[in-house]
Design a protein around this ligand. Structure first.
Ligand SMILES: C[S@@+](CC[C@H](N)C(=O)[O-])C[C@H]1O[C@@H](n2cnc3c(N)ncnc32)[C@H](O)[C@@H]1O
Length: 339
């Protein structure tokens, strides 16, 4: 035991041990939650209380195993235990039920796939190479969970961007790697003069077109299939939106993409880059520091960038007049003008 722990009656050791135990056992909570989502437990529970054995029969699961998992979910407050069985806690039902408009079902299923690749971190440490293919190129179900997961998480942050940045002066936006078109839809709903082009790979764009049609936005939002590493983005846009893209690439590719945005914009055009920015210490915010590990396991060069690094990249690509906002879901928004 160290001298300091002897001086404070072992308090330091108790506190440090508690923290170590919380961190080292944290995987258990994530695995129980994500496995239940991935296995369709919440979808099968619906809004009713369900006895564990009846639920197990419907899902084809072992009754004892499912009951132990449901009790752990109850211990974490995700479900409640009632006389007639287990029910999703009312606070979480709108987030866990797949048919709810505020569902997080797809992002939980995507996080399950991320968790599996995080388990290869020891191999990634040895090789420096990612543990899986880029998520946008994964087999059908995993790609769908990834892209629909982006819709789950970007609904709120897109609404916040639309509320805090005045987009009423823009007519034509390129949504670079726009995935399920969530941001384009949310921006067009708020700003009736705006039209958007969602640029993405062909697979994700199939989901974008479903979402655009569901929102009744076919007349105002087009899709353009392309690969931003190979193709130009188009031209004549007065606004470019690059949300959660640069963290998937290294600095050279980020610069290349920012230059493509510069070419796609009209003189005086505006660029919005949204991402999980680190501060200059690179250790905070905590979410961004860990998101960098997510990108380490899932991409060849990706990482979380600091705001300052991103601003420097944008300046090298020909942008200036920078502004920054913190937005929902641990994100930052960097606003720049084509110089
Ligand atoms: C993390 S998601 C972000 C989606 C959306 N911008 C948002 O913030 O919700 C990254 C997006 O980039 C797209 N993407 C990945 N590689 C691409 C490429 N080479 N060319 C075009 N889009 C690509 C993916 O399909 C996905 O939609």
């Amino acid at each position: 035991m160290s001298r300091s722990s002897q001086c404070d009656g072992g308090r330091w050791e108790m506190d440090a041990n508690k923290r170590l135990s919380e961190l080292s056992n944290g995987y258990q909570h994530a695995i129980v939650l994500l496995t239940a989502a991935r296995a369709g437990v919440f979808a099968a529970m619906g809004r009713q209380a369900q006895p564990a054995d009846a639920l197990a029969r419907r899902l084809g699961f072992d009754a004892r195993a499912l009951e132990i998992v449901l009790l752990a979910l109850a211990a974490d407050g995700i479900v409640t235990r009632e006389d007639d069985g287990f029910r999703i806690h009312p606070d979480f039902a709108p987030l866990l039920l797949p048919d709810s408009p505020t569902t997080q079902d797809s992002i939980l299923k995507h996080n399950y796939a991320c968790m599996k690749r995080w388990m290869s971190l020891d191999e990634v440490l040895r090789t420096g190479r990612p543990a899986s293919e880029p998520a946008a190129l994964l087999p059908h179900e995993d790609m769908r969970n990834f892209i629909c997961g982006m819709a789950n998480i970007s609904r709120l942050s897109s609404a916040e961007v639309a509320a805090r940045v005045d987009l009423s002066g823009f007519r034509r936006m390129i949504d670079v790697g726009g995935g399920p078109a969530t941001s384009s839809i949310v921006f067009c709903q708020k700003y009736p003069q705006l039209n958007c082009v969602v640029f993405d790979l062909p697979g994700p764009l199939r989901i974008a077109r479903e979402e655009i049609a569901r929102a009744g936005m076919d007349a105002r939002i087009e899709t353009r299939a392309g690969d931003y590493f190979r193709d130009e983005l188009g031209e004549g846009f007065d606004l470019a939106y690059v949300s959660n893209i640069i963290h998937s690439m290294g600095p050279d590719d980020s610069l290349m993409l920012m230059r493509k945005c510069h070419r796609a914009l009209t003189p005086d055009g505006t660029l919005l880059v949204k991402d999980f920015f680190l501060d200059d210490s690179r250790t905070a915010p905590n979410f961004a520091a860990f998101f960098s590990v997510n990108m380490l396991t899932g991409t060849a060069q990706g990482k979380s960038y600091t705001l300052r690094e991103t601003q420097d990249l944008l300046a090298r690509a020909g942008f200036g007049d920078f502004r920054h906002l913190d937005v929902a879901a641990a994100s930052g928004l960097l606003i720049a003008r084509k110089a």
